[in-house]
Design a protein around this ligand. Structure first.
Ligand code: ZN
Length: 365
């Protein structure tokens, strides 16, 4: 969580452009993915690193929704869009996993569509019950950090790099603090609504002609749900995949913090499916398996190199991390550009995870 808080602080600041830069991204992005199938991407300016995706599927008599945002205000925007598309009710809401940016809006669906059933794995439901305090703490801590940056800049008359404080920079910081304060207030007011239907390994639902296959998988959380519509060849992954265009730098986002082998197994299972469209947890829909394949290749390479280094006798984490060379794969994520420092940072984290699992050991932080 600390890493995420730090990440949020930096990105919240960067996400608010200074004068002369591109316009703020404050609206939902809508993509039509097929007959009655829509993707709504949360605005990155307002939801920052938690700008998660919602998939809306209009069936013969009702609507199925996948994931429910971070901010209830964003969820209300999605619900308003659903009402524009159809007057059918949302009867099933699927929560991909327990991270806050995928289920904070559950209560908005309950209020808007009484009787809606919320579906997740039993693991996800259990994690949800345990993780509620994290929500407020994360955003309050980030807001305090932004306030401190503003106070320091105002008091010293300088920007962080030592240059004189520009009015537009100060305004941007103030806007950042104000937005984070609104965010904290929203998160404090969220009523956490837990899933009403839980499954362990897999679940098949039907609505009219549509078949929904839900499978428990490992992504950036254990017990994540992946949704597959075989007739439509649609795969909705939650954070098992997060698009490179999500503003977090190059993929794989979150890969340094979780078990890699189980995640790799999931990627390979998904790769075996016949798909035309893949919707990641954040970012635009993908229309081929390039990113999925590349990510599976990266994970396999890191795991293989870490195990080889250990077998050669590498003893320290630093030695193991130094032995992992995946620049050629990293370059494929960003054609024409060398892999960034963020990519290298994630790879070091992945190497650490791979070392832990390879030794069945805890490494000191
Ligand atoms: Zn997640």
């Amino acid at each position: 969580m600390n890493r995420l808080v730090h990440c949020l602080g930096v990105l919240a600041l960067l996400a608010r452009p200074l004068a002369g830069q591109t316009a703020p991204d404050t609206v939902l992005h809508k993509e039509v993915l097929g007959d009655g199938i829509y993707l709504f991407r949360a605005p990155t300016e307002l939801d920052v690193w938690t700008s998660s995706n919602t998939v809306v599927i209009v069936n013969d008599e009702d609507v199925t929704v996948f994931d429910a945002n971070t901010r209830p205000s964003t969820t209300r925007k999605v619900i308003a869009e659903i009402r524009k598309i159809t007057n059918k009710p949302v009867r099933i809401l699927i929560n991909s996993h327990f991270h806050m940016d995928h289920w904070s809006g559950n209560d908005e669906y309950v209020k808007a569509f009484p009787g809606v059933q919320i579906v997740a794995t039993t693991e996800t439901r259990d994690y949800m019950k345990r993780s509620q305090p994290l929500f407020e703490d994360a955003f309050t801590s980030v807001m305090r950090g932004a306030q401190t940056r503003l106070e320091t800049a105002t008091r010293t008359g300088k920007e962080p790099d030592g240059s004189p404080l520009r009015p537009e920079y100060q305004r941007a910081l103030q806007g950042n603090v104000d937005e984070l304060a609104r965010w904290v207030a929203e998160m404090r007011s969220v009523r956490r609504v837990l899933p009403t239907i839980a499954f362990r390994d897999s679940l098949i639902l039907w609505s009219g002609r549509r078949e929904f296959r839900l499978v428990s998988a490992t992504g950036d959380a254990l017990g994540s749900t992946v949704l597959y519509l075989p007739a439509e060849r649609l795969l909705v992954t939650g954070d098992v995949l997060v698009s490179p265009e999500d503003g977090h730098g190059p993929p794989p986002w979150g890969a340094g913090a979780y078990g890699l082998s189980a995640w790799l197994q999931t990627l390979r299972r998904l790769d075996a499916l016949d798909v035309a469209v893949i919707v990641p947890g954040q970012g635009p829909a993908m229309h081929d398996k390039t990113y999925l394949d590349l990510t599976a290749r990266l994970y396999a390479s890191v795991i293989g190199q870490v195990q080889a280094a250990l077998e050669r006798g590498a003893g320290s984490l630093a030695d193991v991390q130094a032995s992992v060379q995946v620049d050629s794969i990293g370059a494929m994520y960003t054609p024409g550009k060398a892999p960034s420092e963020a990519f290298h940072r994630w790879v070091r984290g992945m190497a650490r995870q791979a070392m832990k699992q390879s030794l069945d050991a805890q490494l000191d932080d």
